[in-house]
Design a protein around this ligand. Structure first.
Ligand code: BGC
Length: 544
């Protein structure tokens, strides 16, 4: 990579819930010993950065996002030594590790909250947000989990006061306006950086800085908190990443990059919705529209492009008709939807298990400008379990092989943290790593091929992004240019074969297909055939 370009703008990120990935000690719960054993698999896939969802001590009522001790690893997933052994192994394979920083709230079992609720005079009281009376409900101040939480204020019998919580009632919001809280967060950052991680995913970033209906953080300069955090990380670990969970309308997103002095990467929530919209309509227009709406990241910042994460696929920030079309095509039953705004399904079943469409979707995110991000299991086309509550539907155990418990654990089936998918087209007996490993045409190997093709062509990170025009509106055409070098990426979103004509601009080019070796001499217009739901990556040179 070119000197000066931060590693993360071109990282290949892989999200893992440790409890669900691989069980090393046979107790039915995934752990760091199991994860360390799987590092070679992750490296072979081409991943350069692992994002670990929360693994800290926690009552685990919100998948670990209810932290009761930021410095301790949950006993369910292992010890500090296990964590370090994993980190070491990842390092040996050239893989960096980032972790979740949950700074908006703690668990109500966190000792800070215990102390705060017990004693009004305690130094910890002001770590949280209290009100003596039932506070008025401000317009627009609603829980993030409508239907599951009716209010953002809950009365605490011990404290004899109401406390504020934007998420579940067992997740009291921290009072970030309190400098002591900010110092605590810096200590947490310090601790994990000192162990050797490469950065953090900032959970619920807009809420952390006070965009939660409460003018409590720093009303005159809310983004000052992010600038401070970024400066702190840069000083402790130059090049450390802050990856922001920011899901806001496009015009508000850019502020979270600041002048390149806040968050280095932002999850591209919007593009995920527009990609699914384009796939639902079999029309590339929504992707072009989405690209037109996205703010341009400042130098050294970028997008983390993804299709699915381990929450619902949230359509709250995009036009209603886009959401309706996606729901109709890919999540028609109410059971597949969540909170009225999202889809609680995995990538593969949304696309009917059609490998052509799954590859197409992966090719879109892997080829775009930015850092591609996958979540465990999407590389083999895992399904969801709609019999599970809420977002647990998409958090089933990783399917390693067709043996008992999907090869995830040697424990008795009744002891598993969650039952692997054992029925239907996405059963672990059919969809698993072992089965796909030896087949060059499997989704696993095709995903690897896409990642490796991207990694072996620096033009994806160094080149100038090109938005190209195509004669067929079902085709999304984009590319990169670096001097005479060209990379043209074509995606046919429709179920019919097409002969696409793409305008290459001022000069002719000679291109070759990265995957089948076909040579294509193009005039200023490039003519290519693309199979139904097909994609083509064409690299080469302009004739200057
Ligand atoms: C995480 C969710 C979690 C919430 C509360 C989110 O944004 O992705 O899984 O429930 O933060 O911490």
């Amino acid at each position: 990579m070119e000197a000066g370009i931060p590693w993360y703008t071109d990282a290949v990120i892989y999200g893992i819930d440790v409890e669900k990935f691989a069980d090393g000690n046979g107790d039915g719960i995934g752990d760091f010993v199991g994860l360390a054993e799987k590092v070679p698999y992750i490296a072979e896939l081409g991943v350069t950065c692992i994002w670990l969802l929360p693994f800290f001590a926690s009552p685990d009522r919100d998948n670990g996002y209810d932290v009761s001790d930021y410095y301790h690893i949950g006993t369910r997933v292992g010890t500090a030594a296990d964590f370090l052994a994993f980190l070491h192994k990842a390092g040996e394979h050239g893989i960096r590790v980032i972790i979740d920083l949950v700074a908006n709230h703690t668990s109500d079992e966190h000792p800070w909250f215990e102390a705060a609720r017990r004693d009004e005079k305690s130094h910890f009281r002001d770590y949280y947000v209290w009100s003596p009376d039932p506070p008025p409900v401000e317009p627009g101040t609603h829980s993030i989990f409508p239907g599951e939480e009716t209010s953002v204020w809950t009365y605490d019998e011990v404290a004899r006061a109401y406390y504020f919580h934007k998420f579940y009632h067992f997740q009291p919001d921290l009072n970030i306006a309190n400098p002591a809280v900010r110092a605590e967060i810096e200590r947490v950052i310090d601790y994990w950086l000192s162990l050797g991680i490469s950065g953090f995913r900032i959970d619920a970033a807009p809420l952390v800085i006070g965009q939660n209906g409460l003018e409590r953080a720093n009303p005159t300069d809310p983004h000052g908190i992010l600038r401070d955090l970024s400066a702190y990380v840069a000083q402790r670990r130059p090049g450390g990443l802050l990856l922001g969970e920011v899901n806001l309308p496009p015009e508000e997103m850019g502020r979270y990059f600041g002048e390149g002095d806040q968050l280095g990467l932002l999850f591209n929530f919007m593009m995920a919705c527009y990609i699914f919209g384009a796939m639902a309509r079999q029309d590339a227009t929504p992707i072009y529209q989405g690209l037109g709406l996205l703010p341009e990241p400042p130098t050294h910042c970028g997008w983390a492009n993804f299709l699915r994460n381990l929450d619902e696929l949230d359509f709250s920030q995009v036009p209603e008709d886009l959401k309706e079309d996606v729901f109709k095509a890919f999540a028609p039953d109410e059971a597949m939807q969540a909170f009225g705004r999202g889809v609680r399904r995995r990538l593969a079943p949304m696309l009917g298990g059609d490998q052509r469409r799954i590859e197409l979707a992966l090719s879109l995110v892997i080829s775009m400008r930015g850092a591609p991000l996958l979540v465990y299991g999407d590389e083999i086309g895992m399904g969801e379990d709609l019999s599970q509550e809420g977002r647990s539907a998409v958090r089933t155990p990783m399917q390693w092989d067709g043996e008992a418990n999907a090869g995830f654990s040697s424990a008795a089936a009744g002891k598993l943290v969650q039952t692997p998918i054992a029925k239907g087209a996405f059963s672990y007996k059919k969809v698993n790593v072992a089965r796909q490993k030896g087949d060059p045409a499997s989704l696993l190997n095709r995903t690897k091929r896409l990642i490796m093709a991207r990694r072996s062509h620096q033009i994806f990170s160094r080149g100038r992004a090109l938005r190209l025009e195509c004669s067929d509106k079902a085709v999304f055409a984009h590319g990169f240019e670096d001097g005479a070098e060209l990379m043209i990426l074509l995606h046919n979103l429709s179920d019919r074969k097409t002969s696409a004509v793409v305008d290459l601009g001022p000069s002719a080019a000679v291109l070759s297909d990265l995957f089948n070796g076909d040579e294509i001499a193009a005039d200023t217009a490039l003519k290519v055939e693309i199979e139904p739901f097909g994609y083509r990556w064409l690299g080469g040179q302009r004739r200057m």
